[in-house]
Ligand binder design. Structure first.
Ligand SMILES: *Cc1c(COP(=O)(O)O)cnc(C)c1O
Length: 308
């Protein structure tokens, strides 16, 4: 059995229960004429409501890693991210909420001499130790010499990869797919590293399919999602594909057209649309509906992975 399905540390299980996550997350119908006009039903899977500080896929991906750490007797997590990483924020919050030591290795040695941006300031306030590293070393972060250097500096730790995506994380996200069984024909999810898509697609029923909307440029997600599925489940699983047309120039790029779309969607549906991931997925999904990509009668669920 994969480690996250084994007996977990009872103390950790109790601590996680005490955080009262909203699981399974709510699935709500959304009335949107851009979909109804095509005979489609739009549903919103509100993973953003799972926990205020560990929203969406961050909860689903971190919890199995926390269990793995607990099983190894480790109370220190070390992970990696850019200066605005949602994953670093969530890891720092988990550390504060669960009494774990967290270390964040941040890309960009030059940041060490500047005031912390709001995202990193939040990490520091949550007790995360921040370690800034030059881009060359950051790129080699999973190599043994670099890790040995980090162990020399910080002592022993449980390593969580950049973006939090590994086999445990993908297995955690399979629950998202299982929660959606029987509820939709097509499920849309935004993709950074592909970990959420890897798990989601594996958890869906045979007749359902998933579309991942890339928010980064580079066309690496197909290979990366498949690699994560092989690591987590031993093989490629489920019916899924990656849509690369809606990244709007790359990570963090939010041009006016996308901002306007997000504001309009927020007003129509009464939820604050997160810009870096969720807006791109919703924009892309709406465009596909408009292109006639789905036959009438299709129920389309959009996973709201985070909050704005
Ligand atoms: C981190 C994040 C993602 C990316 O998930 P991956 O598993 O890395 O593909 C998507 N949406 C939101 C809101 C996120 O914070």
């Amino acid at each position: 059995m994969p480690p996250n399905h084994g007996p977990a540390s009872p103390a950790l299980t109790d601590a996680l229960d005490a955080l009262r996550p909203s699981l399974p997350s709510p699935l709500v119908a959304a009335e949107d004429e851009r979909f109804t006009r095509r005979g489609l039903r739009l549903l919103l899977k509100r993973d953003d409501l799972i926990h205020p500080e560990l929203p969406g896929n961050k909860w689903r991906k971190l919890v199995p890693n926390l269990r793995a750490a607990a099983e190894q007797g480790s109370t220190t997590l070390l992970t990696f991210g850019g200066a605005y990483s949602h994953h670093l924020r969530a890891t720092a919050a988990a550390g504060r909420l669960l009494g774990l030591t967290t270390i964040g290795v941040v890309r960009g040695a030059e940041l060490a001499d500047r005031p912390l941006n709001p995202s990193l300031a939040r990490c520091a306030a949550d007790g995360m130790r921040l370690h800034f590293t030059d881009r060359g070393t950051y790129r080699r972060k999973h190599e043994p010499e670099v890790l040995a250097g980090l162990r020399g500096r910080f002592g022993d730790f449980h390593l969580v990869p950049e973006g939090g995506s590994n086999a445990s994380a993908a297995r955690g996200c399979a629950a998202l797919g299982r929660e959606l069984r029987g509820a939709a024909d097509v499920v849309a999810v935004p993709c950074g590293t592909g970990g959420t898509l890897a798990g989601l697609a594996a958890g869906l029923a045979r007749e359902q399919r998933a579309i991942g909307f890339a928010v980064l440029r580079g066309g690496f997600l197909d290979g990366e999602t498949e690699r994560l599925q092989r690591a987590a489940f031993g093989a490629r699983r489920g019916d899924w594909r990656v849509e690369e047309r809606f990244h709007f120039g790359g990570y963090g790029k939010v041009p006016g057209e996308l901002r306007a779309f997000a504001e309009d969607f927020s007003a129509r549906h009464g939820l604050a649309v997160e810009r870096l991931y969720v807006a791109k997925m919703l924009y892309g999904l709406t465009a596909l509906a408009g292109e006639g990509a789905f036959p009438p009668g299709t129920a389309v669920a959009a996973v709201v992975t985070g909050s704005g």
